[in-house]
Ligand binder design. Structure first.
Ligand code: FAD
Length: 378
């Protein structure tokens, strides 16, 4: 591996791979499209599971540092009916296997664990081509190129590396979420803060749902889910924040005001996120010198597993390369043969059970699965 590993994408998956390679003394370079680590807000909280994300952090040698980022009490869960009735109120008793961290802090932890210069910021990949003998040429938007003996696409949903391996492209799932933030909620939005409680809150009805978290600094972060075709959202003017939130809130007519406040009282313009997925069985034949991880390999409708799986992919690929120092193809084959069924299981919601979480006795998993399942558009 004298030329080092070329990783495209500095998301959680690509960075975990770079870190695990570093732990094993294997050089890597990460090419990231964004100009800097702070170029984009990194989104909200992630629960990191003991059967995938935490295993990855262990392989990265970062378990203690990860523990330092955990937000205490955030594994609390409330399930409400649309009228505000509390159906379940589960406190965080410290025994859950899914501690919550801020995604941005976790990404920064991984960045700080890499040798300076590992990530090349502002390097947007425009395409890649096979040169033969397992080598690939990667092209950047600024006209530059790099030739590598091992290329890893960790570049998310719209991967520019994926076409080297597969013709699959993500398809709209029939559902979108609208993201809102309410700041300083205890003082400025007390009714909504009470409804959400100390951790997560879920309200689910067919085709309409709200999933909210209490993040750091008493911020409420809500994902408002609507199962509608994309044309439906095109008719909503998201350039006019007040009109857009009013239109979305109309769809929740009759819901308790402390719940619709999570839409109408947003302190930031609402952000529309259409949800796309690759086929759950997505896989490819081995192509020498290139592979994929994370969303690039198995983009799925959000089910609480995506970031966890991306990190586990990165860790498992790094370990496989370390275990086969003179045989990259053997490493890629071992990695892919384990990754394909693992991601299919997760996409079909069987993953947690396969790893020992009994969904009958795990309301968080069962309800998040219910929350994120793909309803038919109404
Ligand atoms: C609304 C929503 C909520 C979610 N909630 C959760 C959750 O609670 N828990 C969970 O585990 N998962 C969650 N997910 C899924 C999770 O966000 C993804 O599965 C995860 O981020 C995938 O990580 P990744 O490293 O594969 O890709 P990404 O995080 O997408 O990182 C890809 C990186 O590649 C870079 N890149 C892209 N294109 C190029 C290019 N051409 N050239 C160079 N760089 C490029 C990007 O800028 C980015 O930095 C959620 C997803 C959504 C949409």
């Amino acid at each position: 591996m004298s030329t080092g590993v070329t990783i495209i994408g500095a998301g959680l998956g690509g960075l975990t791979l770079a870190r695990v390679l570093h732990v094993h003394g294997i050089p890597a370079t990460v090419h990231e499209a964004e100009p800097s680590p702070a170029a984009r807000p990194q989104g909200g909280m992630l629960d990191i599971h003991d059967y995938n994300g935490q295993l990855a952090l262990e392989a990265a040698g970062l378990t203690d540092e990860f523990r330092g980022l955990v937000l205490e009490g955030r594994q609390a869960l409330r399930i409400l009916g649309p009228d505000g009735t509390v159906l379940l109120d589960k406190a965080d008793d410290g025994t859950g296997g899914r501690p919550e961290v801020q995604r941005g802090e976790l990404r920064q932890l991984l960045l700080d664990s890499l040798p300076a210069g590992t990530v090349r910021w502002g390097h947007k990949v425009s395409g890649a081509r096979t040169l033969g003998d397992g080598r690939h040429e990667v092209r950047f938007a600024d006209g530059g190129t790099v030739v590598t003996g091992l290329l890893v696409g960790a570049d998310g949903a719209w991967s520019r590396v994926r076409p080297l391996l597969s013709t699959a492209t993500p398809e709209y799932t029939g559902k979108s979420v609208v993201e809102t933030y309410l700041f300083d909620a205890g003082i400025r939005h007390p009714a909504a803060a009470k409804a959400v409680g100390g951790g997560s809150m879920i309200v689910h009805t067919p085709g309409r749902e709200i999933f909210a978290h209490r993040e750091k600094d008493h911020t409420l972060h809500a994902y408002v889910g609507l199962s509608e075709p994309q044309e439906w959202f095109t008719a909503v003017d998201f350039t006019d924040a007040a009109a857009a939130t009013a239109r979305i809130a109309e769809e929740f007519d009759g819901w308790a005001p402390e719940l619709t406040a999570l839409i109408t009282d947003t302190d930031t313009p609402p952000v529309l996120r259409p949800l796309y997925a690759l086929p759950a069985e997505h896989r490819w034949d081995r192509v020498p010198g290139v592979t994929l991880l994370g969303d690039a390999a198995h983009l799925s409708v959000p089910n609480g597993e995506g970031a966890n799986l991306a990190m586990l992919d990165g860790a498992e690929l790094g370990k496989a390369l370390a275990a086969h120092p003179d045989d990259t193809e053997a490493a890629l084959t071992a990695y892919e043969q384990a990754m394909f069924p693992r991601s299919t299981e997760a996409a079909t919601s069987a993953g947690a059970e396969a790893h020992g979480a009994d969904t009958d006795h795990d309301p968080i998993r069962a309800l998040i699965t219910a929350l994120t399942r793909q309803d038919e558009p109404r």
